[in-house]
Design a binder for this molecule. Structure first.
Ligand code: URA
Length: 235
């Protein structure tokens, strides 16, 4: 994020020294509160007022949870298939991007936002955010699956071992799986390592604190908790 003094310099054509003086002198309001620290971070979501002049009107943050049906691509453009954006009719649609992908054949929770920091909070590997999936397989899940998921699988293409994952058996051919990373086709590839087990379906139930609402039908979306605050931001 940019510093307040540099943003003032850019928006009002001031020198850095002038910008700092205005802040320290109590002439700048950030989201209605007096800003006293010229180095404080600001973004396009902040409203900045210098004396009586609004230099920047803060953009509205948008965060959406979508129930993706199978067949839609997790992308903003695709020349062959409909994308998840085709399911959304929000006014800020053009500024939305995905906070984590889901395979075209998979269904379930997809988060979209116009706030890159918020997206990163739920997608960056260092955050180890749990993602929970319901899985159906075409053949019985082997007896040692829990142990193998916990121990991790060596993915030679990336040169990494998958981090410990939890498999909860729900039936001979169904399970709930929790992973804390999001490698390409990760769950499909992990099951394939279990004696070539194939997935019949993959459905994402949850990303961190966000569960797919039971009353959100496939293809429908809703805003995440209205104009969200620091808690929802996870910052
Ligand atoms: N694992 C997969 O194999 N596909 C997804 O879409 C998500 C996790």
């Amino acid at each position: 994020m940019a510093r307040l003094d540099r943003t003032l310099t850019r928006l009002a054509g001031l020198s850095n020294a002038e910008a700092r003086r205005l802040v320290v002198g109590g002439h700048v309001r950030l989201n209605r509160s007096l800003a006293r620290d010229p180095s404080c971070p600001v973004s396009r979501f902040d409203t900045i007022v210098c004396r009586t002049q609004t230099l920047q009107e803060g953009m509205t943050r948008v965060a959406i949870m979508l129930h993706k049906p199978p067949g839609w691509v997790s992308a903003t453009v695709d020349d062959q298939h409909p994308t998840v954006l085709d399911l959304i009719d929000h006014p800020a649609k053009a500024s939305l991007h995905l906070a984590g992908r889901l395979d075209r054949s998979a269904s379930g929770l997809v988060l979209l936002t116009n706030d890159g920091r918020w997206a990163e909070r739920w997608t960056h590997p260092s955050r180890a955010v749990p993602k929970v999936y319901l899985v159906e397989t075409t053949s019985p899940i082997p007896d040692d699956a829990e142990q193998q998921f916990g121990a991790g699988f060596w993915f030679a293409a990336e040169g990494v071992r998958t981090r410990p994952a939890v498999l909860e058996r729900l039936g001979p051919c169904s399970a709930r799986v929790t992973i804390i990373e999001g490698r390409w086709h990760q769950i499909k590839r992990m099951f394939h390592r279990l004696a070539g087990t194939r997935l019949a379906s993959l459905h994402r139930e949850r990303i961190g604190p966000f569960s797919l609402p039971v009353d959100l039908a496939p293809g429908r979306w809703r805003a995440v908790g209205g104009p969200y605050g620091p808690v929802e931001l996870g910052l």
